[in-house]
Design a protein around this ligand. Sequence first.
Ligand SMILES: [Zn+2]
Length: 176
Amino acid sequence: MSVTDEVLQANEQYAAKFNQGGLPMPPARKLAVLACMDARLSVDQVLGLKTGDAHVIRNAGGVATEDALRSLIISHHLLGTEEFIVINHTDCGMLTFEDSELLNRLEEQTGSAAVAPVHFHAFKDVAGNVRRQVARIKAHPFVPKHIPVRGFIYDVKTGKLQEVGEERPRAVQKSA
Ligand SMILES: [Zn+2]
């Protein structure tokens, strides 16, 4: 039996006991989360969220791509979310490669050059990546300034979230 068949069986059991058919569409806690897709990060459990509480947008690296921004903008403007959270995590797969080497490898393996994706958004510094995504979201003209956007790193060993603060501006270097 394939894993797909297994999860379909699990769904039959889920649906047999299902009692949440009356939930409204807008998230009850007015929260939207952009998180890495890592299998060890169960966003609802980590944040104590229940079905219907929040939007959870996920991709490799928790990156504020065009599509993630699209979802956040819809989340706020059409479905009423008022706070955004970005979650990356320790031991992320995005730390293990570089865009150019992955692209080269795939082109060699397949013998094809593809027009998309243009970027894989690999990174070398988790905190730096979180800061960049938070900054991108905050800077978007369709994201109102009153929406708090906070970034966190989830520790896959301890289950804890640590906030990533804004980097202090570097001291201006005096030229000699
Ligand atoms: Zn990850």
